[in-house]
Design a protein. Structure first.
Lengths: 288, 571
């Protein structure tokens, strides 16, 4: 795998849109051609050579191309937009819309990511070592329902913002930290695992898919039906031990809900009142 | 201002009896002059040999400015994401913008100019928000513009009509057109907005239904406003979006609408302009059995000299519908089931906005597509037809070249029909129509007819001496070019004009904006009787306190507020 390294020539003050610097468009080109690719800095038309110091090697095929952004900041937007192969490593922060509509390859962000990370992505893998903004794997505002992320995997080692996986219709999202409100809003398919706490209302308007919360959920949407207690849940082929409160929803959107919501029993004592609706709690349900 | 000499162009100018001649055209001080008056030492000379030279296009019905369009922009953020549609800024030459069905204000001007269109009339503006409309129009570059004013559900007018006080209706219309710097009287589904605002009707009214809370029917409103337009001598006849729009079986209502006002013709013999007629030409009793009533309506229009219409042609794809026909939008929202904006304008009107997608496999949408073309092809006189999509209701205006290709080429229509719902195509009479528009008919339906309808045929829609120097030059030569076979090239040639000249300045060259100028805003100044007007005004002043959230002083728009105005005196 050949590596191309890009370093900003100066700290950017206005947003820079780097959607052209992806393995698909870089591979097979000469270095001179890459330096002449158009990049917008704010509303000014610039070239890659104006803004970045470029070094390294260029592969002939996108699959073999690795691109490393060094010393980046939140001002760099649309990293890895529509990439379909290869690898992009961001050694620093990535601004909004990183991995937007990507359909393959790997995007690794060592710092934080801005909002709309992996929005409408179709396939591929995104890994963030810092925190992510809101609307991870979501669709953009105003687009049709359920046109969010439809495949691929997003792994966030830190926290994430609001509306994680809104309108998603496939794929997997794993958040190791906490999330803000409304994860899985209008979700149709796919899986979300939140290892930390959730600020509230998981799965609002969901019509399908699976959401698992291991931390504390501040408040629940009342339009979910309580189905019982489950000892364990599967996520990406791995079993996660419970027991979990199991809800189906959302009755706001459909009469026969198929959205599944699992909330860990141990961390959510305030939801124990649901247990009265199922009569006696048998020990075998709780066995770990 | 630079002088321009357009040499050896193939000119089509039906108003001056030029049906295709190679000739030179001179431009000086923003007007057209005889070619020998141009000083060739300093003039910019355009070699137009092998090119079609026609007057600048005119759009009589398009929703390009005002609070409704702005609400559409808010409702449709996805319309602005497609990065390929961005027009990027070039400092000193043009500004940036995005959007397809509800483009940014700047894009509207640029995209019209790129196609060779130089005049647009905003289709509907509520009087209260016309200041907003004017501010947006002022920022719309290149094109000349005017505003059609919504008056059908205005409480003052309804009250005067109820009192059978035609004189006061006239005086009020005269005052409000001057007060809001507007150009024409627009009626949208007369009376429905009023019924909707009262919360009574949830369906559009038919023409003989009584408007709740009054003793009036839409017929009374039509007659009274048509009389007012005739008595005041307005250049544009009443601009009517007829009742029952969009509902199957509505062609009967359309015919009744025409019959109601057919005898009330203005000085130039025009009695009514039917806006987006396609939406009002449906037969049948449900959407599943909907059929085209184009033949019936074409027959009616062929027999009456004072009736004109614009097509409201459907083009397939996603768009957003916006109209001051609030009950219809409520109805459409339940069909489309996505998002909806409803807006009530105090004592004047109500409007709605709903995104909609016209699809090739949907029976109803295909019938709608066929009706627009059938109407344009079955009406014999192309100077009664105006090409329009009722932007953005049936599609964005940027698809006009495609519509012109469908009109000029049977092959283009057949190609499109092969991709459509077969059941619907079988029920259209379009496959049996062999007519193809000639280049002259193209000029008639996009330049001459609209100029005549808006009553500006002295300065617009022709290339005679004294006309405004609004000229479009397309890179096709009608002598050697066969539009019926090479329709794809035709679409491209019209979409990106070779040159567009606006008021004597070259604004487009080879499909690219090279200069930003700003056009004029036309408004009418009808006659007024000072005594009667002061009576009406004192009445207005009194009721304004009760009915409106603004004062009368903040309602009237002054000339100084606008960039460049041109009053058209009607007396």
């Amino acid at each position: 795998m050949q590596t191309l390294i890009l370093k900003p020539k100066y700290p950017f003050i206005v947003p820079v849109e780097v959607e052209k610097i992806i393995p698909d468009k870089v591979a097979g080109k000469a270095l001179g051609e890459i330096l002449k690719l158009t990049v917008y800095e704010g509303n000014r038309r610039k070239t890659v050579g104006d803004l970045f110091e470029v070094s390294g090697e260029i592969a002939s095929k996108p699959e073999e191309q690795e691109i490393i952004f060094q010393n980046t900041s939140m001002k760099i937007r649309r990293i890895g937009e529509k990439m379909s192969a290869g690898k992009i490593v961001v050694e620093g922060d990535a601004g909004p819309l990183a991995g937007y509509k990507m359909s393959g390859g790997t995007l690794i962000i060592k710092g934080n990511a801005g909002p709309w990370l992996g929005a409408s992505m179709k396939n591929g893998t995104i890994e963030v070592f810092g925190n992510a903004g809101g609307f991870v794997g979501s669709k953009l505002r105003g687009e049709e329902f359920h046109k969010g992320m439809s495949g691929g995997t997003i792994i966030i080692h830190g926290n994430a913002g609001r509306e994680v996986g809104a309108h998603m219709s496939g794929g997997n999202i794993l958040v190791e930290g906490d999330v803000s409100v409304l994860p899985g809003l209008h979700m149709a398919k796919g899986n979300i695992l939140i290892k930390g706490n959730c600020a509230g209302w998981p799965g609002t308007h969901m019509i399908g898919g699976k959401i698992i919360v291991l931390g504390h959920v501040d408040s629940m949407v009342p339009s979910f039906t309580f189905e019982g207690i489950m000892p364990k849940v599967k996520f990406m082929g791995q079993k996660i031990k419970g027991p979990f409160y199991f809800f189906m929803g959302d009755l706001l959107d459909t009469e026969f809900p198929s959205g599944k919501l699992y909330i860990l029993r141990e961390t959510n004592k305030h939801l124990s009142f649901y247990e009265q609706f199922m009569g006696e709690v048998k020990d075998e349900w709780l066995e770990v | 201002m630079a002088e321009i000499l357009i040499k050896n162009g193939y000119v089509i100018d039906p108003l001056n009896g030029i049906h295709g001649e190679v000739m030179d055209i001179g431009v000086k001080n923003g007007k057209i002059v005889p070619p020998d008056q141009v000083d060739t030492r300093y003039a910019k000379i355009i070699d137009a040999s092998g090119c079609l030279v026609v007057p600048g296009g005119i759009d009589v019905h398009t929703h390009v400015a005002g609070p409704k369009v702005n609400a559409g922009r808010l409702l449709m953020p996805q319309d602005h994401y497609k990065i390929g549609r961005v027009i990027r800024a070039i400092p000193g030459i043009r500004r940036s913008g995005t959007g397809k069905s509800v483009p940014s204000v700047t894009n509207i001007g640029y995209k019209y100019a790129r196609m060779g269109w130089t005049t647009v009339m905003e289709a509907a503006s509520p009087p209260l928000y016309t200041r907003h409309t004017h501010h947006e129009l002022d920022d719309t570059p290149i094109v000349d513009k005017g505003v059609n004013l919504l008056l059908d559900s205005n409480w003052f007018i309804l009250e005067y009509i109820e009192n059978k006080d035609q004189v006061r209706v006239n005086a009020f219309v005269s005052w409000i057109l001057r007060a809001t710097k507007s150009y024409a009287v627009k009626l949208v589904d007369p009376g429905s907005a009023e019924a909707w605002s009262r919360g009574v009707a949830t369906q559009p009214l038919n023409i003989d239904d009584v408007i709740p809370g009054t003793s009036l029917t839409p017929k009374d409103i039509l007659t009274a406003l048509a009389n007012a337009v005739r008595d005041l001598g307005l250049p544009h006849p009443i601009h009517v979006h007829a009742n029952m729009l969009g509902l199957p079986g509505n062609y009967v209502t359309t015919m009744k609408t025409v019959e109601t006002v057919a005898n009330i013709a203005n000085k130039r013999g025009l009695s009514i302009h039917l806006a987006h007629l396609q939406f009002n030409a449906y037969k049948g009793d449900s959407y599943a059995t909907m059929l085209s009533a184009a033949e019936e309506l074409a027959k009616l229009i062929n027999n009456l000299s004072g009736v004109t219409f614009d097509m409201g042609q459907v083009v397939f794809g996603g768009t957003v519908t916006m109209t001051a026909d609030a009950p219809w939008e409520f109805y459409l929202y339940h069909i489309a089931k996505w998002k909806w904006v409803a807006k009530d304008v105090e004592a004047e009107t109500a409007a709605g906005i709903v995104p909609y997608k016209f699809r090739r496999h949907v029976y109803t949408n295909v019938i709608q597509w066929g009706i627009g073309l059938e109407l344009a092809l079955l009406v014999k006189d192309a100077s009664k037809v105006v090409v329009s999509t009722d932007h953005p209701n049936a599609g964005p205006f940027t698809r006009y070249p495609q519509i012109i290709a469908w009109l000029m080429s049977k092959k283009a229509r057949e190609e499109e029909m092969s991709r459509l719902n077969k059941k619907a195509v079988k029920r259209l009479s379009l496959p049996a129509i062999d007519r193809e528009y000639t280049f002259e008919e193209f000029v008639l339906s996009t330049r001459v007819a609209p100029a005549k309808i808006i009553g500006l045929e002295k300065i617009k829609g022709h290339l005679g001496v004294g006309a405004d120097a609004d000229i479009a030059i397309y890179g096709i030569d009608p002598r050697t070019f066969d539009p019926s076979r090479e329709y794809e090239r035709l679409v491209k040639a019209i979409k990106y004009a070779k040159y567009t000249i606006k008021d004597g300045e070259i604004v487009v060259k080879d499909g690219k904006i090279v200069k930003t100028v700003y056009g004029r805003t036309f408004y009418v100044e009808p006659p007024s009787e000072p005594k009667l007007e002061s009576e009406v005004l004192s009445d207005v002043k009194e009721k304004f306190k009760e009915w409106y959230s603004v004062t009368l002083n903040n309602y009237v728009i002054l000339n100084e507020e606008l960039r460049k105005v041109e009053p058209i005196r009607t007396y």
